[in-house]
Ligand binder design. Sequence first.
Ligand SMILES: Nc1ncnc2c1ncn2[C@@H]1O[C@H](COP(=O)(O)OP(=O)(O)OP(=O)(O)O)[C@@H](O)[C@H]1O
Length: 436
Amino acid sequence: MRNNAHNTDDEVLIRAEHVSKKFCRSLKRSLWYGAQDVANSLMPWKRSLERIGIGEKLGEPELRPEEFWAVRDVSFEVRRGECLGLIGHNGAGKSTLLKILNSLIRPDSGRITMKGRVGALIELSAGFNPILTGRENIYNQAALLGFSKKETDANFDAIVDFAQLEPFLDMPVQNYSSGMRVKLGFAVSTQLEPDILLIDEVLAVGDIGFRQKSLNKMAELLDKCAVIFVTHSMPQILRVCNEVMVLENGKSLFKGADIGAGVERFIAHFDSVGQTVTGSGEVEVVGLTIWTVDGCAGLGETVNVRYGDEVTISIEVRAREHLRAAKLHFVVWNSELLPVLDVMGPDLTGFQFEFGHDGRSKLTARIGELFLGAGKYSVSAVINSIDNKRVLCRFDSAVNLLVRADSFSGAHALHCPEWSIESVSKEGQLTIEENA
Ligand SMILES: Nc1ncnc2c1ncn2[C@@H]1O[C@H](COP(=O)(O)OP(=O)(O)OP(=O)(O)O)[C@@H](O)[C@H]1O
């Protein structure tokens, strides 16, 4: 967790109070409602009646047919020196909330207070005018942020240097790749050092080097500004944010400085990916069970594991064709679908086994203590031919693991080695404390 040196009330740069925004699923109705709303806003006597309690309530408006809440009753504050990570599933309302904060959308109810200059990178287009060159867009964007030409001149080289786009500066932005646009957008928003920085997950479009550089820049800016960062990457949240808010169907499910708890809350809501079976079909998985201290789970189920618990997987397979032997391994995937553990045979390829005379085999892998970080994982069983050239059966998301660990660093594997400490006393005596 980052220290916050400016933790005073007057340093609150972003304040959202009971903010709600609704949208309409049907375009036709949406246009009709829009016309009705404009007409109502032109009738001041109606608003007066509302104010004295006649007619519609002034608070959160009612939903009309086909309308739904994209953001519902969300309140939070972000101070200078703080970075709030916004996480949630697709359609949870994260981008809508950022657009409301950046005044691109008006909320239906609630109040937003923003203090200072706002740098925002919310859409892939980064707000650029496509027919203007990169150079012209830098000046345009800077002017929109409230910077004078002189201030922009002073920062121009730093912006171009950060975006690494010097050879393309005089090319219209419409010919930039999406990654180039994001680089330029991020460089303009951050090099001018705004008071508030709003970053949507557009960073994912940039290459790895640029992403690293951007995250470092955000960390560097943190002392000077308030940041809201939307991403689907939990390691990124853990790296730069000191608060997290989990949105679900527009509502705030969790908000706090315990990032691990927030991420766990988000992951626990993850729908398990459906099981899929691929491969040549020469082998089928008849059953699979995973045991932990807390219980067991079969195909398609989820089991809870605490960090360091013993885990055992048992699988029953049947050869559909006449097959004598095959190789098996299990792959454990994290929620971002990255493989984090491969359970294999002693030669670091699959575990070789033979089918019984009835074409069946039951194999048990005692994995032992599981040193995975907190999160939701899925397990695939992969059965290959002996030479590993053919996939006979691949069963993805066969079973799910929900790992709980007190420490949440974002690392996939946690390891506690034996430690020793060497220290010299006042008398100059060296002491070595083993396994401290
Ligand atoms: N202009 C719009 N008109 C109608 N519905 C909209 C509009 N903009 C967003 N929505 C809807 O609002 C909901 C929230 O969308 P939003 O883009 O804020 O989600 P998100 O959390 O940013 O999702 P993602 O992670 O996929 O980017 C979605 O159901 C979306 O379809």
